[in-house]
Design a protein around this ligand. Structure first.
Ligand code: ATP
Ligand code: MG
Length: 330
C-alpha cells in the first residue's frame, strides 16, 4: 500500500508563484508515489481577521487552481478542513496534552506577535499549531511536504503524537516532514531576504497566479536585483538574481545550471525581460484553464468526493482517540 502524504494551502490571500513552485507543482510528482490528501485549511485562516465573502471565494479558487495546474481530483483526495468537524474535535484533545511552553517557542507565533499587546493577540494564533497537528494525525499521514517555514510545526505534531502514543497506546503515525530541493523558498521581489507570501502587505512583492500581463511585466521588471553583474546562481551574494533564475528554470522545465547557461553573458535587464515573457505565456495559459475549471461543476464534485473519503478516515481515527482518553461511551 502507498504511504499517505498530506499537504494544505491556506486561503489567506491570492495564490503566488511561490505557492505554485513550492507546493502545487510538487503535488503532481508526489501523487505518483503517495496516497495524497490535499486540504484547504480554512480554519487556520481565521486566526487573523478575514472578510467572509472573500474567504468563501478563495476556498473554491484554491481547489480550482490545483485542478487547473493539473492536479487530479480523482487520484488525490481534495477537501475543506472545516467540512470535517473531527479536525476541531481532535485538536481539543491534543490541546489538552500540549504545553504552553512548547507553543510559546514557535517562531511563527513569536514573529506574528512581535510588538503586539496581549489584547491584540488572538488565542487561535497561539494554538493553531495544535490544530495543524490534528490535521496531520487524523489521517495518519506518513509524510508532510512543507516549506522551511512550517518545519517546526511538523516537529510539534511528531512530539504530540509520540506523547499521546506513550500515554494511551499506539494511536497515531508519527509524521515526517519533506522539504522540496528546488524552489523551497521563492523570494519576495522587493526584499529578497524574505520569502514571497500570499499575505504580504505590498502586492508588488509577489507575482500572483491570476495577475494581468501588465502587472506581471511591471513586477518582474521592478524586482530588486543585486549589485554587480553576471547572471549566475549564488543565493548568498545574489539572492535576487538567483530567485529569478529559479523562477525561470521551473517554468521553463529546465535545471538551474541549464538556466545559467542560457543566460551566459546576459545582463540583469535581459534576465528580467525573459522571465517576464515566460511568466506571461505560462500564466495566461493557466488562467484560461482556471476560468474553464471554475465555470464547470468540477470543483464541487471534487470537494464532495474528497470530503466523503476523508471523513470516513477522520471519524475512525477520532473515535479511537476519544475512546482511549475516556471521552463518551467506551
Ligand atoms: P501566508 O502568507 O498566508 O502564510 P504563504 O504564501 O506563506 O501564505 P502557505 O499557505 O503558508 O502560503 O503555504 C502553502 C504552501 O506553499 C506551503 O507548502 C509552503 O511551504 C509553500 N510556500 C509558501 N510560500 C512559498 C515560497 N515563497 N516559496 C516556496 N514555497 C512556498
Ligand atoms: Mg505561510
Amino acid at each position: 500500500m502507498k504511504k499517505r502524504l498530506l499537504t494544505g494551502l491556506q486561503p489567506s490571500g491570492e495564490l503566488t508563484i511561490g505557492n505554485y513552485i513550492g507546493s502545487i507543482r510538487q503535488v503532481i510528482d508526489y501523487a505518483k508515489d503517495y496516497d495524497t490528501f490535499l486540504f484547504v485549511p480554512d480554519m487556520h485562516s481565521i486566526t487573523v481577521p478575514q472578510d467572509p465573502e472573500t474567504l468563501h471565494r478563495r476556498v473554491r479558487e484554491i481547489v480550482g487552481m490545483y485542478l487547473a495546474c493539473g492536479v487530479s481530483g480523482v487520484e488525490n483526495h481534495i477537501y475543506i478542513q472545516s467540512e470535517i468537524p473531527e479536525h476541531a474535535n481532535l485538536s481539543w484533545i491534543l490541546e489538552c496534552t500540549a504545553y504552553m511552553g512548547e507553543l510559546a517557542r514557535m517562531t511563527q507565533f513569536k514573529a506574528k506577535t512581535e510588538n503586539k499587546k496581549e489584547k491584540e493577540i488572538r488565542c487561535g494564533l497561539f494554538t493553531y499549531p495544535v490544530l495543524m497537528a490534528a490535521d496531520i494525525l487524523l489521517y495518519n499521514a506518513h509524510v508532510v511536504p512543507t516549506g522551511v517555514d512550517q518545519k517546526q510545526h511538523v516537529e510539534l505534531a511528531r512530539n504530540l503524537a509520540q506523547r499521546f502514543n506513550a500515554k494511551f497506546g499506539e494511536t497515531f503515525v508519527v509524521p515526517e516532514p519533506l522539504i522540496p530541493t528546488v524552489g523551497a523558498k521563492i523570494r519576495d521581489l522587493l526584499n529578497p531576504e524574505k520569502k514571497m507570501s500570499k499575505s504580504a502587505e505590498n502586492p508588488k512583492a509577489s507575482v500572483f497566479l491570476n495577475d494581468t500581463e501588465k502587472d506581471i511585466r511591471k513586477k518582474i521588471m521592478g524586482a530588486v536585483t543585486d549589485s554587480g553583474e553576471g547572471v549566475y546562481f549564488d543565493e548568498e551574494n545574489k539572492p535576487g538574481v538567483s530567485n529569478l533564475l529559479t523562477i525561470f528554470a521551473v517554468f521553463q522545465g529546465i535545471t538551474i545550471p541549464e538556466a545559467e547557461k542560457h543566460f551566459e553573458n546576459a545582463r540583469y535587464g535581459d534576465l528580467k525581460k525573459e522571465v517576464a515573457e515566460l511568466l506571461v505565456e505560462k500564466l495566461s495559459a493557466l488562467q484560461a484553464r482556471f476560468a474553464e475549471t471554475m465555470a464547470s461543476g468540477v470543483v464541487d464534485e471534487t470537494l464532495d468526493r474528497g470530503r466523503e473519503y476523508a471523513r470516513a478516515i477522520a471519524t475512525e481515527t477520532y473515535d479511537r482517540a476519544r475512546r482511549v482518553v475516556g471521552l463518551g461511551r467506551a
